[in-house]
Design a protein around this ligand. Structure first.
Ligand SMILES: Cc1cc2nc3c(=O)[nH]c(=O)nc-3n(C[C@H](O)[C@H](O)[C@H](O)COP(=O)(O)OP(=O)(O)OC[C@H]3O[C@@H](n4cnc5c(N)ncnc54)[C@H](O)[C@@H]3O)c2cc1C
Length: 354
């Protein structure tokens, strides 16, 4: 069996790890000339680490990652709720922080050891798939036939477009922002801070990346000025704004082509589930190809992503809403999570699992 994976983001690299772990002949192409340096997704769930272990990417390869020690919710800068992940209640249940480019480097390293090298600077330009095989064309004008192709080529997936798979949904008008900075002095170790600022209902999230590095994400256009208290910034590594699209491919499988990761779905970064969902898709896609259960893959993964999109959209709307009733519900929920252990555990499960 011969499989092509298009795109060497976390999804494509994971699919290649999963296939090569089972001894399947796979190739992986990437249109960029070299690995990405972008830190994009930083949160890795415990279930993702377990899944990666199951395909021969052991947890100890992630030793450089920063364990998430706690999560605090603030309202106008005043603490509403604190979840201590180092407490007995949650030990081992919280996630890790590692910039996405480092996660990709770890996966590519595992592949290299298995003799699978990412072919950088090679782009898929066309794909025609019938029932028995898929024929692909590359940017160097070569053509090649594969038993299966996994389209892990991101939100603007050419594989999806060429296969005429619709990607319905919406592009939200608001601009969100992101900044990666280094701060002076002491930052609470591995503590995620989520602040809701009123009036205006802006959301800001501060994520620690280790050694004084901090990621700020905000629902406003300027992440750094949206914070309740300014950070003492030593250096700004990167800063920018982005718009959120909420979309899902109408099917994840057509003829000999499977879609996975952002090629199959995209949503807001609230909850940090995008990369984790893509990694889980990738493992499932590889397993489906090996077992001959691609229809099941399409059905199950579509359903799971639909739920994630629904929950993520609900959370985004609640935290950025002006609706008084929704806001009251949110404050009551925060108080309940703080005092009722069963609700607290359910909430943490909801946060750290797909
Ligand atoms: C600012 C930001 C912050 C985020 N934060 C989080 C977070 O905290 N947690 C989380 O889980 N998610 C987060 N996400 C989402 C996460 O980054 C994505 O869900 C994840 O990168 C999807 O991985 P992927 O491999 O499916 O797609 P991508 O990472 O987009 O990779 C697709 C790859 O395919 C390549 N490619 C495209 N077309 C072709 C072609 N024709 N031929 C060959 N190669 C091609 C591209 O160059 C690219 O490298 C964030 C996203 C953004 C933008």
């Amino acid at each position: 069996m011969k499989v092509l994976i298009v795109g060497a983001g976390t999804t494509g690299l994971t699919a290649a790890c999963a296939l090569s772990f089972q001894g399947i002949d796979c190739q992986i192409i990437e249109r960029r000339s070299q690995p990405s340096q972008l830190s994009r997704a930083v949160g890795i769930f415990p279930s993702t680490i377990e899944l990666l272990s199951s395909i021969g990417v052991p947890a100890d390869l992630f030793s450089e990652a920063v364990p998430m020690r706690g999560l605090q919710y603030l309202r106008n800068g005043r603490r509403l709720l604190f979840l201590d992940f180092s407490s007995k209640e949650f030990q081992g249940k919280a996630g890790l922080f590692l910039p996405q480019n480092r996660t990709e480097a770890i996966l590519a390293g595992v592949l290299r050891k298995r003799g699978v090298d990412v072919q950088y600077g090679l782009q898929l330009t066309n794909i025609v798939s019938q029932n028995a095989a898929a024929i692909v064309e590359y940017s160097n004008h070569d053509k090649e036939t594969f038993d299966w192709v996994i389209g892990a080529d991101g939100v603007h997936s050419l594989v999806r477009q060429k296969m005429k798979i619709r990607y319905p949904g919406q592009d939200l008008p608001e601009k969100w922002s992101i900044a990666d900075v280094e701060v002076n002095g002491h930052m609470p170790p591995s503590l995620v801070t989520v602040n809701l600022q009123e009036p205006g209902n802006s959301l800001s999230i501060v994520l620690p990346l280790g050694q004084g590095h901090v990621r700020v994400v905000s629902s406003k256009e300027d992440a750094l000025s949206a914070l309740p208290q300014p950070l003492d910034i030593k250096k700004i590594y990167s800063q920018g704004s982005f718009q959120i699209s909420v979309r899902q491919a109408e099917t994840y499988c057509k003829n000999r082509v499977l879609l996975a990761g952002d090629a199959a779905h995209c949503h807001s970064p609230v909850g940090g589930k995008g990369m984790n969902l893509g990694i889980a898709d990738a493992v499932a896609a590889a397993s489906a190809i090996i077992r001959g259960e691609v229809e099941q893959y399409a059905c199950e993964r579509h359903k799971i992503a639909k739920q994630v999109i629904r929950k993520t959209e609900f959370a985004r709307k609640v935290v950025t809403s002006n609706n008084l009733l929704m806001k009251c519900g949110l404050w009551i929920l925060a108080k309940t999570i703080g005092v009722v252990p069963a609700v607290r555990r359910a909430y943490v499960r909801h946060l750290t699992e797909i």
